[in-house]
Design a protein around this ligand. Sequence first.
Ligand SMILES: [Zn+2]
Ligand SMILES: [Zn+2]
Ligand SMILES: [Zn+2]
Length: 378
Amino acid sequence: MSGPLAAGSVMIQGPVKTFHCTHCQNLVFFENVRCLNCGHSLAFLPDKGLIGALIEGADGLWRAELLPPGSPGYRLCANYDQVSVCNWVVAADDRNDFCRSCRLNRVIPDLTSERNRIAWFRLEVAKRRMLYTLLGLGLPVVPKDGDQNSGLAFEFLEDSHVGDAKRVLTGHDNGLITINIAEADDVHREKERTLQNEPYRTLLGHFRHEVGHYFWDILISSDQKLGEFRELFGDERADYQAALNKHYDQGAPAQWEQSFISAYATMHPSEDWAESWAHYLHMVDALETAGAVGLALRPARSDEPHMGPPPDPLNPRHRDFNSMIESWVALTYVLNNISRGMGLLDIYPFVLSAPAVRKLQFIHATIDEYRSAAGGSA
Ligand SMILES: [Zn+2]
Ligand SMILES: [Zn+2]
Ligand SMILES: [Zn+2]
């Protein structure tokens, strides 16, 4: 299969998390739409896994200089061209107006409100960053519109303030991920974080958690996988509503830190999986960036966190779980310290117990098994 719908078709060749303008080599960010140095329009090319400087041709198509002359070119995603919430492109021969990220949207916020437009922009930024890692890991990203049974879709909904006030619950149901757009509002989200006594709450974290539920459906399909899952996480058939009520009545059990990655993970085996999945994606994203910029830690004392250049977690040949977790523990200690030095909360306010690490390892192995079964070895 080729074209933008192909599962795992992003060719990640070496660490690319440091993006450069392909015209002038200026360092740019994943979210940028213009190079501040040379002025070229920039876009993320999902089929190449990089940010390209684009030139518009007489035929209205955009071409990246790095591609050979005569390459078919791209269109800007309709959400790039028309509403500026996206910076991805669509292949010229793709009939969809939207990029691989935007075509997953089923409901977007009401854009008559300026507040909603800002919320939507933030939601799309977080969603694309999550998708980048999924694609790099060779995981399937298939729109639900084309595959009702196992596709993925998003709806960004707003609490109704008229009539019987209806609260939108952020969650996942059979491939449809619902996000309450209030989560894009910093004041709201920080208030919720404090009320729920959570150490970490971000839009990106929500996306990574909810997509974890989706990938449980996709990846834990065989009896053998289900057996392994239940041994580590517990039986997901446990009554969800009862577990939810108990969690909000009594909170997490004492000493939960010894087996779980977060207090919320104690609620139900499905939540434990989704929390662990989100953490796995946090780790992959951060290690990819650290590796791409050549970050290493060389402390003066041998008992302090040490980190050689971390393995590239998107490269199947470098995905050694033990080195990943060692690098991650060292890196988070340092990142948290730097964060404290800026008067901010810890970047990664979690402690990884041995059982929590085994859960991450299971997710790691599950992704690798999927990838090799799908034949993806980019
Ligand atoms: Zn440039
Ligand atoms: Zn788009
Ligand atoms: Zn959940």
